[in-house]
Ligand binder design. Structure first.
Ligand code: IPE
Ligand code: IPE
Ligand code: MG
Length: 247
């Protein structure tokens, strides 16, 4: 990788956090927040697509979110199903390619079928790629990549010595895309919460206290503008430092 001078991130990854607190602020139950949060997705997708972002990855449900109360998990799964049903055609009309990453075996059969249908309908689209991370965990992702490499070794298809960063990197989710340039987390927490652990190695991290249901086009634009002010070095010496201290 070389130093990056692009102002527009090619790949944006977002942790959509703060739905429950948004609802609590209005004295409403958590599911009101989740429903309002689903509406914010559209603004983020439209703003990124218009700005020329090539890929947008949204964290919708983590491996750990399965441990929430059963009623909340059920509500979130139903909401995911409804949003897929409602929005897939619109995404398709807008030439957006939809993929779902995560441990699909934990989703209901109906939801798995919906995910497959949405992916095959939009699979040939050439506009922005929208990745929804559902039942996803960064550790799960890396563990599955390691498992695939181990199987290939066991089958005699590759050697142990051939396993390196490049080999593992080409097995994790989204390996076909550039790694995220910009990470956004709404809701005020400053942590990764098991999102794209491998892929975020050199991503610029943007944290905002704005709760996800309040994260509108203007907020998305602010995050993109912040990205344009970053100097990325990827471990090398930046051009703004050139000539200083070298020798
Ligand atoms: C994010 O909002 C949505 C999911 C994790 C599914 P939260 O539900 O985590 O909302 P807070 O963080 O409790 O406010
Ligand atoms: C991260 O938010 C997961 C999603 C937004 C899908 P959480 O609310 O689950 O994360 P923690 O519990 O604050 O770390
Ligand atoms: Mg949260």
């Amino acid at each position: 990788m070389t130093e990056q001078t692009r102002d527009i991130p090619r790949h944006v990854a977002i942790i959509m956090d703060g739905n429950g607190r948004w609802a609590a602020r209005y004295g409403e139950p958590r599911h009101h927040g989740h429903r309002a949060g689903a509406e914010s997705v559209r603004a983020a997708v439209e703003t990124c697509a218009r700005a020329g972002v090539e890929s947008l990855t949204l964290f919708a449900f983590s491996s750990e979110n399965w441990q929430r109360p059963a009623a909340e998990v059920k509500m979130l799964m139903e909401l995911f199903m409804r949003v897929l049903e409602r929005e897939t055609d619109k995404l398709h009309e807008n030439n957006i390619r939809l993929t779902i990453i995560g441990d699909r075996s934990r989703l209901s059969n109906r939801l798995q079928e919906r995910c497959d249908a949405a992916e095959s309908l939009t699979g040939q689209n050439t506009g922005m790629q929208l990745n929804i991370a559902a039942s996803y965990g960064g550790r799960w992702d890396i563990a599955m990549a390691a498992r695939r490499l181990a199987s290939a070794v066991a089958a005699g298809e590759r050697t142990v010595d051939s396993i390196d960063e490049e080999a593992l990197g080409s097995e994790v989710c989204l390996h076909e895309l550039p790694e995220p340039d910009l990470f956004v987390r709404t809701g005020g927490e400053q942590r990764i919460s098991n999102f794209l652990l491998w892929q975020l190695a050199y991503t610029e991290l943007y944290f905002t206290p704005v709760l996800w249901p309040d994260f509108d086009a203007e907020q998305m634009t602010l995050a993109l503008e912040w990205f344009a002010t970053r100097h990325r070095r990827f471990g090398q010496v930046g051009t703004e430092d050139a000539g200083n201290g070298a020798g």
